[in-house]
Design a protein around this ligand. Structure first.
Ligand SMILES: [Zn+2]
Length: 317
């Protein structure tokens, strides 16, 4: 079971202190989802060993450059690396023009197809669903139309008790139906209720990505009980006036969202280039929400609440 997120970039507008602009890779059972694609995302992928062949879906939150300036380079590299399979890009409607204008003027004809999915920042919508995992937009309040993303595992199947298979001589073909909640009828015609054959499935896990936004409680209900919440915390409390001016959040505002949403864990990121020491930001946030962690580049955080472990160490490079 793999449901984890690796941080590729966690800074805001200007790269600083070896921190890159926003980008993350979400890995769900080996399928990679790229969330935002700031400048330098390809370099971070190389450094942290992210396999690009497994990346078929890219989500862009909004059109401030620190969230997508790495995209054209990445799309071009896919082409040079002979990618042939379909790529899905989800982002603000204008992003399609931005992509097309680059390739038109460089006279590039891509070997692979791009399916562009325009995202409208008016109400939450499910924009991806593969039967195992769904992605829903979160409407954020920023200077441009902006959507966050809620990655939610679908309801798991019930767990069949192995001994019951032998006990009732359950054929292979019947297993799936029982996992979906069905009863089993034996050859003699006895009905064995599902509750005797299965155990409750594990609770599905979820990950919410919220960047960029001013403090608002408008999406609290939507992200209620999320296992891992990434929330921007661009500024420290002392600079709250800058946060309000630029439609961003402070450390404690991010923590309050996590607390009010009942999130299990909070990752803060999108740090202003004015801060070198992130421990200060971490401590401020932890005063309100103790389960706060820094979205440190190269670190992988588990979304699966059964995993127990919060993060793996950054890749050494
Ligand atoms: Zn922005």
């Amino acid at each position: 079971m793999q449901f984890e997120v690796t941080i590729l970039g966690s800074n805001s507008a200007i790269p600083a202190f070896n921190r890159y602009p926003s980008a993350q890779i979400l890995n769900y059972h080996g399928n990679h989802f790229l969330i935002d694609c700031g400048e330098g995302t390809q370099f971070r992928m190389n450094t942290f060993g992210v396999k690009r062949g497994r990346l078929d879906n890219i989500f862009i939150s909004h059109l401030h450059g620190d969230h997508y300036f790495g995209l054209i380079g990445l799309l071009t590299s896919f082409n040079l690396n002979w990618r042939e399979h379909l790529l899905n890009i989800y982002g603000p409607p204008e992003l399609e023009d931005i992509i097309n204008v680059h390739f038109r003027h460089s006279q590039t004809k891509l070997r692979y197809a791009i399916h562009f999915h325009p995202l409208h920042a008016d109400e939450p919508r499910i924009v991806y669903d593969d039967g195992m995992l769904s992605v829903e937009t979160i409407i954020l309040e920023h200077r441009l139309p902006t959507t966050g993303f809620l990655f939610r595992e679908k309801k798991n199947l019930r767990k069949i008790i192995p001994e019951k298979i032998t006990e009732h001589n359950i054929p292979y073909e019947a297993i799936n139906g029982i996992k979906r909640g069905g009863d089993f009828t034996t050859a003699a015609g006895t009905i064995i209720p599902n509750s005797e054959l299965t155990l409750s499935p594990p609770k599905p896990s979820s990950y919410a990505y919220c960047s960029d936004t001013i403090y608002t409680e408008s999406y609290l209900e939507q992200i209620k009980g999320v296992d891992l919440l990434y929330h921007e915390a661009t500024f420290i409390e002392e600079h709250a006036f800058r946060a309000a001016e630029t439609f961003h959040c402070t450390t404690k505002e991010a923590a309050r969202i996590a607390q009010k949403a009942g999130a299990a864990k909070l990752l803060i990121g999108h740090f202003s280039a004015r801060y070198e020491d992130l421990d200060f930001l971490l401590n401020e946030s932890r005063e309100v929400f103790s389960e706060t962690y820094i979205a440190e580049e190269g670190k992988t955080f588990s979304v699966d609440h059964h995993a127990g472990v919060v993060s793996k160490h950054p890749v050494q490079h």
